[in-house]
Design a binder for this molecule. Structure first.
Ligand code: PAF
Length: 284
């Protein structure tokens, strides 16, 4: 597996594969890799001839009071995991490599990015769009794979690709859970044993909403109230949002529900932000 640290080296790497007729898939990550990431890498291998992962804790998507400085990092462990998941290369840029002095451009996707996670994290999606657009341009990938745990991120990136005519096919991959239901996240590393137990309320609330939907409940307000009630019952959690939104525009839905909708939740658990979601009414 090649370890590439400069934009130039990545461009040469992709050009070599394209010249040989091979397609390239990118899996963008912020590192501290876990099974949800390695699943994305394996899924990417089914989409293209070679896979490159990027590992970059992107400062522009963190607000001033957020956890950029303490975000978990483990370069050696990440390289091992990426190799084990079949990556042909990893791009590990520094902040200066990604944002040379004077960098002043931000990519902003309107409407989709102003609520849900965007409501409480005003710079979040502009930072993500900026770094993902840059990664697409640097890598020159044919396809890129993102997890559905960050469902809003995925929808925004699809919109950005469409609006800016970026020549990249965006593929979503299902959310990956621990055996007890907790959505996998690098931030789970922040949780004490007790907090981790409390965190299960998110997946349990979503599973309960899913069960009620399957049993015929079609009033979104009833399902929203259920999610909020389950989260409010956990003292250590502060609710950011518990919403039911449509799958395209991610706008709050009114009843009676007809097609599939996204149930999405975000909380602060004593300083750790956790998000989770499930699609109610999706076949399979
Ligand atoms: O989902 C993430 O890990 C990040 O938001 C991404 C897409 C790698 C951009 O920094």
């Amino acid at each position: 597996m090649e370890i590439l640290r400069s934009r130039e080296a990545v461009r040469r790497w992709t050009a070599g594969h394209h010249a040989a007729g091979r397609t390239v898939a990118l899996v963008p990550t912020m590192g501290f890799l876990h099974r949800a990431h390695t699943d994305l890498m394996r899924a990417a291998a089914a989409q293209a001839d070679v896979v490159i992962a990027s590992i970059f804790v992107n400062p522009t998507q963190f607000g001033p009071d957020e956890d950029f400085a303490r975000y978990p990092r483990d370069e050696a462990g990440d390289l091992e995991k990426a190799k084990g998941a079949g990556c042909a290369a990893v791009f590990l840029p520094t902040v200066a490599e990604m944002y040379p002095a004077g960098a002043a451009t931000r990519v902003h996707v309107d409407t989709l990015s102003t609520h849900l996670c965007g409501g409480s994290r005003p710079v979040f999606f502009d930072g993500i769009c900026t770094v993902v657009a840059k990664l697409f341009n640097i890598v020159g990938c044919d396809v890129a794979v993102f997890g559905e745990k960050d469902f809003q991120q995925l929808a925004i990136i699809r919109r950005m690709v469409r609006d800016l005519d970026l020549p990249v096919r965006v593929v979503g991959h299902p959310l990956v859970r621990e055996a007890d239901g907790l959505a996998m996240s690098s931030r789970n590393a922040y949780l004490s044993a007790e907090q981790r137990q409390d965190a299960l309320a998110l997946s349990q609330a979503l599973a309960e909403a899913d069960g009620r939907f399957r049993d015929g409940e079609r009033d979104p307000d009833v399902l929203r109230a259920l999610l909020k009630r389950r989260i409010a019952a956990v003292d250590s959690m502060t609710l950011d949002y518990a919403e039911l939104v449509d799958l395209e525009q991610l706008q709050p839905v009114r009843g009676p529900l007809e097609g599939p909708v996204l149930a999405a939740v975000a909380v602060d658990l004593q300083g750790t932000r956790l998000i989770d979601n499930t699609v109610l009414g999706r076949a399979g």
